[in-house]
Structures are given as structure tokens and as C-alpha cells.
Ligand binder design. Structure first.
Ligand SMILES: [Zn+2]
Length: 148
């Protein structure tokens, strides 16, 4: 999935999370969900994060280690040591990223290095992703208007 689809899905998850749970600082929680929702693509050389940290795409296969539940768990545990109130926010964003990528034909290997792959039929950058993006934007706008 594209950067913008991950970001709007992360925003939707952030809105839901901040309605369900009380965070010490709502903005920090939202930013951590958004960070988690885009961080896995740091392993892709053409992604925004991959361009910022060019060594990571050279060292790691795209949709390998950085798209695994093990890394999500490690980051979440690390974050919970320093800011336990926000670990859920980051984990939710990261898992959202994995779920969206699992909808694509390339899929993800959530238990990497296991080669078990979850995949779907929504081509990255294709028409269906465009429709999904528009639906997500619509739900986000609706949530922002109805939640206030
Ligand atoms: Zn990804």
C-alpha cells in the first residue's frame, strides 16, 4: 500500500483509539499511531522513510524483518519501558500497516523469517487501493465531524 493509504488508515485507528482510551497526551498518541503506521516501509528504498534512512533498505529485504510482528513486539516492549501509556498507540499503528500490506498480492510475512505469507488482491497503487483510500478518508471525515 502507498504511504498516504497507510497514513489515513493510521489516522482512523488513532481517532478510534483516542475515543476508547485515555492517553496522557492525545497528540502524542496520535503521532505514535501515525509513526507506527508508516514505520515498516523504512525497509523500502523509494519510501519516504527509506530515503531518510538509506542504509536500512540496503540491509533488509522489503516486507521482511521490518514487516514482522516480532519487530512490532520489540518496538512496543521498548516503548513500554519508557512510555507505557503510549505503547498501545504505536503497536496499533504498526499492526494496521501490516494488515493493509497483507491485502496486497505481494502480501507480508508477519512471522518472518518464516515464509508464511498473508496476501490479498488489492494492488499497490491500483484502482482498488484508490477506492479504499477514498473510503478511509470518508470514514475519517465522518468520524471527525461526528466525534467533534
Ligand atoms: Zn509496508
Amino acid at each position: 500500500m502507498r504511504f498516504y493509504t497507510h497514513l489515513v488508515a493510521g489516522l482512523l485507528v488513532a481517532i478510534v483509539l483516542t475515543e476508547l482510551f485515555s492517553f496522557p497526551n492525545t497528540l502524542v498518541a496520535v503521532l505514535l499511531v501515525l509513526l507506527g503506521s508508516i514505520l515498516p516501509d523504512i525497509d523500502e528504498q523509494h519510501s519516504r522513510l527509506g530515503k531518510l534512512f538509506p542504509l536500512i533498505p540496503k540491509l533488509f529485504t522489503h516486507r521482511g524483518f521490518f514487516h514482522s510482528v516480532f519487530l512490532a513486539t520489540a518496538f512496543t516492549i521498548l516503548l513500554s519501558l519508557f512510555a507505557p501509556s503510549y505503547a498501545l498507540a504505536f503497536a496499533a499503528g504498526f499492526v494496521t500497516h501490516l494488515l493493509l500490506d497483507a491485502m496486497t498480492p505481494a502480501g507480508v510475512k508477519p512471522f518472518w523469517p518464516s515464509q508464511v505469507r498473508l496476501r490479498g488482491f488489492i494492488k499497490t497503487g491500483g484502482v482498488l487501493e484508490g477506492i479504499l483510500f477514498i473510503l478511509l478518508v470518508g470514514v475519517v471525515v465522518w468520524m471527525l465531524v461526528s466525534v467533534g
